[in-house]
Ligand binder design. Structure first.
Ligand SMILES: [Cu+2]
Length: 120
C-alpha cells in the first residue's frame, strides 16, 4: 500500500513537470512567432538604399545580380547577390557593368528592387 502511494506521487510529479514544460515551450513559441511577424512586417514596409555595380541581368527570370556596397539600414557588408525586379521597365537602360544607385524592399523572403538608376 505504501509503495502504491509513492508510485502515485512520483508519477504525479512527472506529469506536473511535463505539463509545465510543454506550457512554457508553447508560451515561448508563440511570443517568438509574434516577434517574427512584427519584424517581418517592419522589414516589408522598409525600403533600403544602396550603390552597386550590375553583374548580370536576367530579363526572363526578373533577376538582377548586383555587387553592392554596404547597406547601413540592414547592417549588410558589401556583397554580390541577386535581387528580383517585378517590372522589366525598371531595368530599361541599365546595362551590365553600370554603376547604379538602387532601393529595394524585402517581400516574401525576396529582396526586390523598387528603383534603380545609373550613377553616370
Ligand atoms: Cu547583399
Amino acid at each position: 500500500m505504501k509503495r502504491n502511494v509513492m508510485y502515485f506521487i512520483s508519477n504525479f510529479c512527472v506529469v506536473l513537470v511535463v505539463t509545465g514544460f510543454i506550457t512554457m515551450q508553447q508560451t515561448e513559441a508563440s511570443s517568438i512567432q509574434l516577434a517574427d511577424a512584427a519584424a517581418a512586417q517592419k522589414e516589408t514596409a522598409m525600403s533600403h538604399e544602396g550603390t552597386a555595380t550590375v553583374k548580370t541581368i536576367d530579363m526572363e527570370k526578373g533577376v538582377v545580380k548586383l555587387a553592392h556596397g554596404p547597406v547601413a539600414s540592414l547592417k549588410w557588408p558589401a556583397m554580390t547577390m541577386n535581387f528580383k525586379f517585378i517590372d522589366s521597365a525598371l531595368i530599361q537602360g541599365i546595362k551590365v557593368d553600370d554603376a547604379v544607385t538602387f532601393t529595394f524592399i524585402k517581400s516574401n523572403g525576396d529582396y526586390v528592387v523598387t528603383h534603380i538608376k545609373s550613377s553616370q
